[in-house]
Design a binder for this molecule. Structure first.
Ligand code: ZN
Length: 294
């Protein structure tokens, strides 16, 4: 068994254990750090009374890194983009797209498909040429980000930025350019965390081909985040939800997860948000001395 599969197995076990313990302690809004440690997800308890958009007690967001950094991923990126949009539209679940400018230029059809979706698809920036922010000077970085914004032909400046390889750097540059949200590298269950003026919408679960069949596990993470008044943030790449050798996208794994998110939203448990939507919500709450508002 490879390391990732082993990790998923262990995670399943620990989440199951955690669920049992949590059912006894949810009332106190308590999640044991000791239990989260083995699954490499930090727990940063939101302050009491934290509310998400729509006055909900928890939130979910999905971010998709739309990038083709290897030539043989072009078709998989297109196929995965279509499959993810189909799921988003089937269940009315909004998504945030971190668009790499050169990929949008190379595959205008897929990019346009995202823009034309009847469901909210937030357009975020993933640099133009997929550059490493930790290996580029501020000026070079800003130029590449600006090139991406221009290439995407958007009416307004995007709110969300996702770093290639999640290598975080140059936050003051992004802040000055008007960004409000980014996705940090460290996984955490909690509320959006302010870092140099931007909200880190911290990831909880990464989906790739090894997640195939892991829908029960992913749903448990959703429930865990919901009961901890936190954000369940799932992220992936279109090409990583497409199995090789003509296997198609792993819809059978993701469909139950999207259905679960829709179900919890309909029950009023979860706010289905975008990264930018969460940052705007918390940003405006900060400006209101009366505390967190809808
Ligand atoms: Zn990327």
């Amino acid at each position: 068994m490879d390391e990732l599969a082993l990790h998923v197995k262990r995670t399943a076990k620990s989440v199951a254990l955690q669920s049992a313990r949590m059912s006894a302690s949810i009332g106190a809004g308590f999640v044991s750090r000791r239990l989260l440690l083995p699954i490499k997800v930090a727990y940063d308890p939101p302050s009491p009374g934290t509310l998400y958009p729509g006055k909900k007690k928890a939130a979910a967001c999905i971010s998709i890194d739309f990038d083709v950094t290897a030539e043989d991923r072009f078709e998989a990126n297109r196929e995965g983009t279509r499959a993810l949009l189909d799921l988003s539209e089937k269940y009315g679940v909004p998504m945030t797209w971190a668009i790499c400018g050169m990929t949008a230029d190379a595959d205008r059809e897929s990019y346009e498909r995202i823009l034309k979706s009847p469901v909210k698809q937030e357009i975020g920036i993933h640099t133009y040429s997929h550059i490493d922010a930790q290996r580029s000077a501020a000026e070079e970085f800003e130029k590449d980000v600006r090139r991406c914004v221009d290439a995407l032909g958007l009416d307004a400046m995007p709110l969300t930025f996702v770093f290639p390889w999640n290598r975080v750097n140059h936050l003051p540059v992004l802040r000055r350019m008007g960004f409000k949200a980014f996705r940090g590298k460290e996984r955490a269950i909690g509320a959006p965390a302010l870092n140099e003026g931007l909200y880190d919408i911290r990831p909880v679960y990464y989906v790739d081909q090894k997640s195939q069949g892991a829908h029960s596990l992913i749903k448990r993470y959703v429930d865990l985040c919901a009961s901890a008044s936190s954000v369940f943030h799932l992220w992936t790449h279109p090409w990583s939800v497409v199995r090789g050798e003509g296997g198609g996208p792993m819809v059978e794994t993701l469909d139950p997860v999207f259905r679960h998110l829709r179900g919890l939203a309909d029950k009023g448990t979860l706010s289905l948000s975008t990264m930018g939507g969460l940052a705007e919500h918390f940003g405006s709450a900060r400006e209101q001395p009366s505390g967190i508002r809808d």
